[in-house]
Structures are given as C-alpha cells and as structure tokens.
Ligand binder design. Structure first.
Ligand code: OGA
Ligand code: MN
Length: 296
C-alpha cells in the first residue's frame, strides 16, 4: 500500500493519507509509516473511527505498550476494559471525573520524569471544544541544532534532574498531592540534556516541565539555565500547533519532541481524548545514561 505523506508545517509533523488505521495494514506499510514518523516526528491520521481495541492494536504495530499508573488518586486514569488506553478528559459523569483533567497543560514529553520515558504516544480526539483545546508540538532536533554554542557547550554530555515529587504541586495544582507511596514509586531521575535518538542517531534537546536541577550548576544558576533552555526549545520556528477535529489521531515521538495542551475554557466546553502510550528506552548520550537519583 502506498501512503501519502503531507507535511503539516516546515519544521514538524506530517499527515499520513491513503490508509485507514482501523483497518488491515501490511508490515511494509507499517514500515513506511514508521519511517515517516522518524522523518517528521509527529504524524496525523484523519477521519478515524475506531474502538479502543483497534486503537490498541494499531499502536502495538509500533512497539510494546505502556500502561499508565493512577496518579494522586485521580480516578479513573484508564478505560476499565482497556488499561492501555489513558483518558484525557474534563467530562464528569454522575459526579465523577471520567479521566485526567488538564493533563499536559505545559510543555513536556511523556514520561520525562521516569527512568524509561515513553517512546511515543497516540492521541485520538473523541470530543473537541468548539474553540481552543489545540495541542502544540515542538521539534527538539531543530531546537538542538539551533542552540547557540554557549548553550550547547554548557549542556552537551551533562545531565539534569527531573522531579515529579518537587514539581507535582506546581504542574498539577488542581490534583491532590502525591502520597508518600507515589513519591517512592516516582523517584527523581537524571537524564542527559542532549539525548541521542536510538533509531535515527540524531541529537535532540531534552528538557521539560519536570526539570529542576543541572549537574555542576548551583540551584539558582541551574534554574536560570533550565528556564533559558525551556524557552529556547519552544520558539515559534520549532512549533506546529494542531487544531483538533473529531476523528484525528496524532502519533508523536517523545524522544525528539515536546508537546503542550493549550488551555481552553474547560468549565464551559467538553474535551475528551483517548491515548495509547508506547514503551521507550533509557535515554543516552554516548556513555552518559539516565539514572535514578539517590533519595534526598
Ligand atoms: C498527553 C497530553 C495534550 C492534550 O496526552 O500526553 O499531553 O492536548 N495531551 O491533550
Ligand atoms: Mn503529554
């Protein structure tokens, strides 16, 4: 099957046309799609109508799936019959939240706060608000390539600490605090700030909203550098902003992109999205590899 690859911007993203992700797809076509994914970082499929089982089956063609744990007692996080499907939703039914509200409001890549971050994520739009609720994607290869020498020299081969425990109250102020058990389950990790993609061999900038400290830098100096890198990474020239339509499926590569849900009026409008998540590998820059941080 010959697919058509139509770029969504000149920096990141492409739409795949000519296949139905819910249908039968041969291995050669999957290989073509994977190549397009590696080339374009973010893929869009339009007018998809599928069941959670089909969503899971299509995602599995790209690798083993990750099951998202519950977080801060927010219930439920995944579909009862399909633990591989994570629910991003502001719907309330019978007084209970249907999924995780305000997930991803802030630039990040999925699982950046874990030793093994997620390789990819595939988000399916079920209900979209009439206004707002877009998702922005930034190309971290392009951000790395454009780094001024001063910044590149400061971070290449160096690691940063990512901390769910420290930043949960900042990034999820509307959720209950993490329990002591959750903090033990989500220890801080050190990741290389420049990582080498395990399939393409290309270097990308690896920072996000859970980054708190940089090796060899004092607290304040490190925070200032994190802020500078974070702002640098998501400048308009690296970004594509996706306006969702019902039936859109977007597959992104967390190894070389960041994304951000653009806040919308979630008191007024419903937005309901289903996500599958691909298991990843331990980030590395040559011999510099990610590691779990010693407990403070
Ligand atoms: C995610 C996420 C953004 C959005 O599902 O990982 O960050 O726009 N979602 O819903
Ligand atoms: Mn996310």
């Amino acid at each position: 099957m010959a697919i058509k690859v139509r770029p969504l911007s000149n920096v990141i993203g492409a739409e795949i046309q000519g296949i139905d992700p819910a249908g039968d797809i041969d291995d050669d076509t999957i290989a073509e799609i994977r190549q397009a994914w590696l080339d374009h970082n973010v893929l869009l499929f339009r007018n998809v109508s599928w069941t959670p089982a089909q969503h899971v089956a299509f995602t599995r063609r790209f690798g083993p799936l990750h099951i998202m744990p519950r977080l801060a007692n927010e219930a439920p996080v995944t579909l009862p019959d399909h633990p591989e499907v994570f629910i991003v939703s502001n719907l309330v039914r019978e007084g209970k939240p249907v999924g995780v509200r305000r997930a991803g409001w802030g630039w990040h890549s999925d699982g950046e706060d874990k030793l093994v971050p997620n390789m990819g994520s595939m988000l399916y739009a079920v209900i979209v608000p009439p206004k707002g609720g877009d998702t922005a994607f930034s190309n971290m290869y392009a951000a790395y390539d454009a780094l001024p020498d001063r910044l590149r020299d400061a971070i290449e081969g160096r690691r940063a600490r990512f901390s769910r425990a420290e930043l949960h109250p900042v990034n999820y102020p509307h959720l209950p605090p993490l329990t002591e058990q959750e903090k033990r389950d989500r220890p801080d990790v050190w990741h290389p700030l420049v990582r080498i993609h395990s399939e393409t061999g290309r270097k990308s900038l690896y920072v996000g909203r859970w980054t708190v400290e940089i090796e060899g830098f004092g607290k304040d100096e490190g925070k200032a550098l994190i802020r500078e890198l974070s702002e640098f990474a998501v400048q308009p020239q690296f970004v594509y902003r996706h306006r969702w339509r019902v039936g859109d499926v977007v597959l992104w590569d967390n190894r070389c992109s960041q994304h951000c849900a653009i806040p919308y009026d979630d008191e007024k409008h419903e937005r309901h999205m289903l996500r599958t998540t691909l298991e990843g590998d331990i980030p590395a820059y040559g011999t510099v590899r990610s590691e779990v941080a010693e407990a403070a």
